[in-house]
Design a protein around this ligand. Structure first.
Ligand code: ADP
Length: 264
């Protein structure tokens, strides 16, 4: 699903800034549900942007679904791109369009131009769209303009769009950041169920999510990767992550402002 080989990223002109990610080796296999946790600035978003091909490594290589991300933009890799579903912190909705059209756009990568344009007038698979909105609890917002929704509703619309896409690899950057705790649990449960549903049924799926709320990550994910200053601090099954790991991860370098909820 994902392979990082000795990856370093430096932002800034000509890659001269501090390393946001340093010499990172990481592999994600089909069926894995992985959380990236760590203090603000640890490199979680950068890892997800690398995986999506939105940031290219300054050194090393990133392969997603068997494709080197430096070539992901090629026309011939369109079908690979359509198998990757991302949720960004900005939600990336089209404000003046209806929720239905935004969710339907999840399948844009599979459509030709005519179908895509037609969907602007009326989404074709409206029953599926409604069902995906229902899974995140906002089926009643189907015909609402996206820019009239609250932040949490916009985030859930972005999750519904991802469910509608049915990607093999889900890359979710803080997918619950705008939600209250109960709703965050519900949305993460839907996302992980989507991956688990495919296991053993021939569809190889995986999820990698950054989550600042470490207890939430431990409740829902199978593998927890603790990142600090662009490096892997620990990489453990969720059942083996406790106060010892989290205390160390969040307590260093004056990063106390980003302690996980529930951490002492
Ligand atoms: P996290 O998601 O864990 O908060 P990020 O990946 O966003 O961490 O950031 C890692 C480091 O890279 C931080 O020091 C941050 O300031 C820096 N960084 C992130 N994005 C950019 C950018 N677009 N330009 C310059 N520096 C950036």
């Amino acid at each position: 699903m994902l392979r990082f080989s000795d990856v370093t990223v430096r932002y800034g002109r000509n890659g001269t800034g501090d390393a946001a990610v340093r010499n990172l080796d990481l592999t994600v296999e089909p069926g894995e549900i992985v959380a990236l946790v760590g203090p603000s600035g640890a490199g979680k978003s950068t890892v997800l942007r690398l995986a999506a091909g939105l940031v290219l490594p300054t050194a090393g290589a990133v392969e997603v679904l068997g494709v080197d991300t430096t070539t992901l933009g090629r026309r011939s890799h369109r079908s690979v791109r359509s198998r990757i579903g991302s949720i960004h912190q900005s939600f990336a909705l089209v404000g003046p369009l209806r929720v239905a059209q935004n969710v339907a756009a999840g399948r844009l990568g599979r459509w030709g131009l005519v179908t895509a344009l037609r969907s602007l007038v009326r989404p074709g698979d409206i029953d599926d769209v409604r069902a995906d909105l229902d899974r995140v609890g906002i089926a009643d917002k189907l015909w609402e303009r996206a820019d009239r929704l609250s932040g949490g509703q916009q985030q859930r619309t972005a999750v519904a769009r991802l469910l509608h896409q049915e990607p093999d690899l889900i890359l979710a950057d803080e997918p619950c950041s705008a939600l209250d705790p109960a709703r965050a649990d519900a949305v993460l449960a839907v996302l992980t169920a989507e991956v688990r549903r495919g296991i053993g049924q021939g569809s190889d799926r995986a999820l990698v999510a950054s989550l600042h709320d470490a207890p939430l990550a431990i409740r829902h994910c199978d593998r927890i990767i603790g990142l600090r200053a662009g490096r892997v601090d620990f990489d453990l099954p969720a059942g083996q992550v406790g106060q010892q790991q989290l205390g160390r991860l969040y307590a260093l370098d004056g990063a106390g402002d980003a302690r996980p909820a529930g951490a002492e």
